[in-house]
Each structure stands twice: as C-alpha cells, then as structure tokens.
Design a protein around this ligand. Structure first.
Ligand code: UT7
Length: 332
C-alpha cells in the first residue's frame, strides 16, 4: 500500500453571499410568520445571491478560503469536484467553470448530484481518487444557489432554503495520526422516494419548448412531513452503522455535524443518538438549508471556531433528494 494513501482534509473554507433574507422579509412575500418559521424549522435568516451571482462564484470564494487554510495554491490542485443541484448551467459543469475562475486548466473537473448528501458522496470519491493516485490534491466543494429554484409563491418551501458554498482540500497523508484524516464514508440511496423531493421542469423528463411558461415544477417541490421522518430515521441509522463498523461508539464523537435542513430534525437525530448541546453543530438558524453546501459550511465554521481540537472525532451525516443519505468520520 502506498504510504500516502490515507485521505486527509488539509483545509476548509466557506462563503455565503452578503444579502440576508430574514423571516420578517418573508412575511412580506408569503402568508407566514417569524413565529411559524422559527418554531417549525429553527431558521431565522438565510443568505441569498445578488443578481448575476452563480454557484461557481460562491464555490470560488469557498475554494480560495479552503486553499488558503491548507496553505496551497490553485496550481497545486489535480482534481476539482463540485457537488450541486443548482449548477451555473446544464453544461459546462460548474467544476469546469470554477477551474477557469481559479485561473487553472488541465485538471480533472466534474460535478456530482446527490442533493443534500452531495458533500458526503464527494468525500467518498475523493477517498477513491487518493487511493488510486496518492499524490492527488483534490478540491471538493458543495455549492448551491437554491434560491434559483425556489418557488416564492409556495410558503411550505420558500422559507427553508438559502445559498452558499463550503469547500475542503484533501491530500494523501503518510501518517495515520495526521489531523483531518477521513476514517470512513458510508453512503446509501433509494429512488423509490424520488417524487417526495424533486425539481423536474426543464429537465429531460419535462423538456422546455419555445414559449413555455415557467410553472411550479421548475422549482423545488417537497412533501415535507414524509421527508422529515425519513431524514431522522436514515441519519440516525447510518450514523450508528458507521460508528459500529469502525469499532467506535457515540462516546467517541466530539461533534456531530448533521445536514442543516431543520433544527427539529437535527435535535431529533441528536436525541436518538444520545448527543446534545455542545456536541451537535447547528447553524441552520443563520443559513437555512443550503443542500450540498450545508455540511461543508458547518464543518468549516466548526473548525474555525475551535470546536474540533486536535484528536477530536467528527461525525458528519446528511439526507437529501434521491433519496440519498450517508455519514463520514473524520479525525482532527
Ligand atoms: O434537505 C433535504 C431534506 N429536507 C428536509 O429534511 C425537510 C423536511 N421537512 C421539514 O423540515 C418540515 O416538514 C417542514 C418545515 C417543511 C414543514 O414543517 P411541518 O411541521 O411538517 O409542517 P406541515 O407541512 O405539516 O404544515 C403544518 C401547517 C399546515 O397548515 P394546516 O394544514 O395544518 O392548516 C401548512 O399549510 O403549517 C402550514 N404551513 C405554514 N404556515 C405558515 C406550511 N408552511 C408554512 C409557512 N408559514 N411557511
């Protein structure tokens, strides 16, 4: 086995656009209230893009921050992966555009779509790349402009989502004790729940024709209660499974970093796992649900604020459209 073949998170970073949309702002758009949104979701505000800002623009800022944190330059990268359901365009890939904006070319660049689990799906790809080519320097970004697919007439969904990007830089590592080592990733999917959370309008199942009017199917549609129950169940079970197969217990976990969709979901998962308070990372109040960006934003914030000291174990878990779900263990 090559001595560099442990994948290690060397740097983390995130970016959210400047503009903030508060619950009070939403009260002017749909029939809702700060009280309903706060009690049902925990969200107080979310960041939304300025006109003309696309996913690659958010990804660029997050990537720069992660590279700076790693002490590396764009030129050092060999691979760029962007997980997103809201890329700049169907083609070219967001990762290709990001590569160009970083001022480099000739690297491997690809997008992934695993919705809110996209970052964890990306981490497994990164581990595979490092195992195959241990000298690789991989940038993984979760970047979303969910407000580009938000139906501002649907109060059941428009209060939930925000825009942002989170990134990590991963390299091979010779020393198993190095900080940021990805111990394991565990992923699942099930297409049976596809129609509970979807965006279909303008895609190949529902193609555009000239003169078509944009309708609800062009935006996120979700059966919230069904998704809620599945999200709690799936994140709990995949978290238990990944700990068990690594010979670890919940007592070993310093910080649970769950997908930030709804504080009630986060609390329920934490409670079922026996984790609460300081051991569960929450920022959904400030960013809302940013899909593939949510876990890496939380990870970057948690590291920057000292919540992941040397030797601590982070348990990452997510659930999203597809359905997809998964977990990862990272030792800092
Ligand atoms: O990121 C991928 C994973 N996504 C998720 O995990 C999201 C999972 N789902 C959820 O977080 C929750 O189901 C929601 C936050 C979406 C909804 O919360 P809920 O407690 O499941 O509410 P509900 O859908 O059962 O709606 C309860 C009531 C309804 O009124 P009636 O029928 O009881 O009269 C809704 O019409 O709340 C009403 N409602 C609202 N009221 C004020 C729905 N949205 C709003 C709103 N403001 N924004």
């Amino acid at each position: 086995m090559n001595t560099l073949s442990h994948a290690r998170i060397r740097g983390t970073g995130f970016y959210v656009p400047e503009r903030i949309l508060t619950n009070a702002d939403l009260e002017k758009i749909v029939e809702t209230s700060d009280e309903w949104i706060t009690t049902r979701t925990g969200i107080k505000e979310r960041h939304i893009v300025a006109k003309g800002q696309a996913a690659s623009d958010l990804a660029l800022e997050a990537a720069k921050a992660a590279l700076a944190d790693a002490g590396l330059a764009p030129e050092d990268l060999t691979h760029l992966i962007v997980s997103t359901v809201t890329p700049d365009s169907f083609t070219p890939a967001c990762s290709c555009i990001l590569q160009h904006k970083l001022g480099i070319s000739g690297r491997v660049a690809m997008d992934m779509n695993a919705a809110c689990s996209g970052f964890l799906y990306g981490l497994e790809q990164v581990r595979a790349i490092i195992a195959l080519k241990p000298e690789s320097v991989v940038l993984l970004v979760g970047a979303e402009v969910l407000t580009s697919r938000t139906n501002w007439e649907d109060r059941a969904t428009c209060v939930l989502f925000g825009d942002g990007a989170g990134a990590v830089v991963v390299t091979g590592s010779a020393d198993a004790a190095d900080s940021g080592r990805i111990l394991d990733t565990l992923l699942y999917s099930d297409g049976a729940g596809a129609d509970l959370l979807m965006i279909t309008g303008g895609a190949s199942s529902e193609p555009y024709a000239m003169g078509h009017v944009v309708g609800p199917s062009h935006f996120i549609r979700m059966q919230g209660q069904d998704v809620f129950k599945l999200a709690v169940r799936s994140m709990e079970s995949v978290s238990r499974e990944i700990l068990e197969r690594n010979g670890l217990s919940i007592d070993d976990v310093a910080l649970l970093i769950p997908h930030q969709a709804n504080n009630r979901i986060i609390e329920a998962v934490g409670k079922k796992l026996g984790l609460s308070g300081e051991r569960v990372y929450v920022n959904v109040d400030r960013y809302g649900n940013t899909s593939a960006a949510s876990v890496p934003i939380a990870l970057a914030e948690a590291r920057a604020s000292g919540r992941l000291p040397a030797g601590s174990l982070a348990l990452l878990t997510a659930f999203g459209g597809g359905f997809t779900w998964g977990a990862a263990l990272v030792r800092f």
